[in-house]
Design a protein around this ligand. Structure first.
Ligand SMILES: *[C@@H]1O[C@H](CO)[C@@H](O)[C@H](O)[C@H]1NC(C)=O
Ligand SMILES: *[C@@H]1O[C@H](CO)[C@@H](O)[C@H](O)[C@H]1NC(C)=O
Ligand SMILES: *[C@@H]1O[C@H](CO)[C@@H](O)[C@H](O)[C@H]1NC(C)=O
Length: 410
């Protein structure tokens, strides 16, 4: 039965042009790092700073020939949370710590940051139009074991041309709630006015969005009902594992600037099938405006369809398409923002549990290539991964080829 299904699937793919299939770029059974020496690796294992099975890649972003890959400290023994691979290098290459080994190799029990370049635990990173890498460091080590808040949540901004830290900003007490968790960041900036950058950081545990302005070096918190999870959409089933998550706003995506100069921010809670949007004008002016009136400027776009929970989304300005992961469908979906937001216009582009078990992060780079990271996260959290199988994969695919002949095409 299985063989017949495979043959049919292959012939359909070749008939319709295999070019639209994502290409496997990186694949690991377990990840390792580019240690400075074999003795360093052995010592890190001996000291408990490196427990290989606990190092799960989660987020990604591309800049030139670097593909950043994050490894959050879900468990103890993550050797380096912020890393990159060489796009032209081998598929199973080790991760290189960024900006350096000495900044990243930190004990889970650390009481403070070893340096202002050190990243404790990062989920997602963002490359902006000004060749900068924005890193949302939660500061929390060993999340599922003995959680240790090494330092408060902070944004670290690196100059990718020099690999130097430009700025680090620690969130204010007012930016946070008791259950806050900051795991994502998107950056609103034009390449001609790099100092006038705004970052939007979703709080998936405290149900808000923090706005940071680089120019003013200040931040504030935006609240709205739409940042909460939908109590009827917190059920997941991935890789045969059922689980319930209460994650609120997580996926953020920015359109190109509108006529008034402001972008639209698309957003959704992770545990929800709804998609929303708001103008960045409102986010930027939030401290000055009437909050009751502003309530109605957050808009519901519609419902993406049954079991359509998404961990990540990205807006591709070249095609005007919003791409998003489909964790319950082991794939990726899209919506063309020029079309009505209906279930029919939200297209499941590919879906296959054997290839895409838990698509975790996706980004579109400035060449129109979509990058997708798949990592079997539920097995990692609730069971354990089989080190004899390929567990973590990164795919790439051209966005225009991917949406050809679907409702996401113009
Ligand atoms: C990083 O720390 C060093 C020494 O503590 C300090 O001189 C430098 O200004 C800091 N850099 C940034 C960007 O904060
Ligand atoms: C930015 O703001 C933070 C706190 O709000 C402050 O501690 C820090 O010194 C400021 N940095 C600069 C470069 O002004
Ligand atoms: C937001 O602030 C800008 C600059 O101060 C102003 O021009 C604009 O009218 C404000 N928008 C709203 C909706 O308050």
């Amino acid at each position: 039965m299985r063989t017949i299904g495979l043959v049919v699937a292959l012939s359909v793919a070749s008939l319709c042009g295999a070019a639209t299939q994502p290409q496997l770029r990186f694949a690991w059974k377990q990840v390792d790092y580019t240690w400075e020496s074999p003795a360093d690796r052995e010592n890190a294992i001996k000291d408990g700073k490196f427990v290989q099975a606990h190092n799960l890649p989660l987020g990604l972003a591309r800049w030139k020939n670097k593909l950043f890959v994050t490894v959050p400290r879900w468990k103890n023994g993550v050797a380096s949370s912020l890393n990159y691979v060489n796009i032209d290098g081998p598929q199973d290459q080790p991760l290189t710590p960024y900006p350096s080994w000495k900044d990243n190799l930190v004990a889970d029990s650390a009481k403070s940051l070893p340096s202002n370049n050190s990243i404790i635990s990062v989920f997602r990173v963002y490359v902006d139009a000004c060749d900068r890498l924005w890193v949302m460091d939660s500061g929390l080590a060993d999340i599922l074991g003995s959680p240790n808040q090494v330092t408060g949540p902070s944004l670290a901004i690196f100059d990718l041309k020099t690999d130097q830290l430009i700025h680090r900003y620690w969130f204010k007490v007012d930016d946070m709630k008791e259950d806050s968790f900051f795991a994502n960041v998107v950056v609103d900036v034009d390449k001609d006015t790099c100092d006038n950058a705004f970052a939007y950081i979703p709080d998936l545990g405290g149900y808000g969005v923090v706005v940071y302005t680089l120019k003013e070096n200040d931040s504030w918190r935006v609240s709205h009902h739409y940042f909460h999870f939908d109590p009827l959409a917190g059920q997941y089933n991935v890789g045969g594992i059922e689980f319930q998550w209460t994650d609120g706003v997580f996926g953020l995506a920015l359109s190109e600037p509108r006529e008034n100069g402001y972008r639209t921010m698309f957003f959704h809670a992770f545990s929800s099938t709804k998609q929303f949007c708001v103008s960045t004008e409102l986010l930027r002016n939030y401290t000055k405006i009437n909050k009751e009136e502003a309530f109605h400027d957050f808009k519901l776009l519609g419902d993406k369809g049954e079991r359509s929970q998404a961990s990540a989304s990205f807006y591709d300005p070249k095609t005007n398409v919003l791409f998003y992961t489909q964790v319950n469908h082991d794939g990726i979906a899209c919506w063309n923002s020029k079309k009505p937001f209906t279930v029919e216009n939200n297209v499941l582009l590919f879906s296959d549990p054997s290839l895409y078990e838990f698509p975790n992060d996706l980004k579109v780079d400035d060449e129109g290539t979509l990058w997708l990271l798949v990592d079997k996260l539920p097995r990692f959290i609730y069971k354990e991964l089989d080190a004899n199988e390929v567990n973590y994969k990164i795919y790439s695919v051209s966005t225009t080829a991917l949406i050809a002949r679907t409702a996401c095409e113009a």
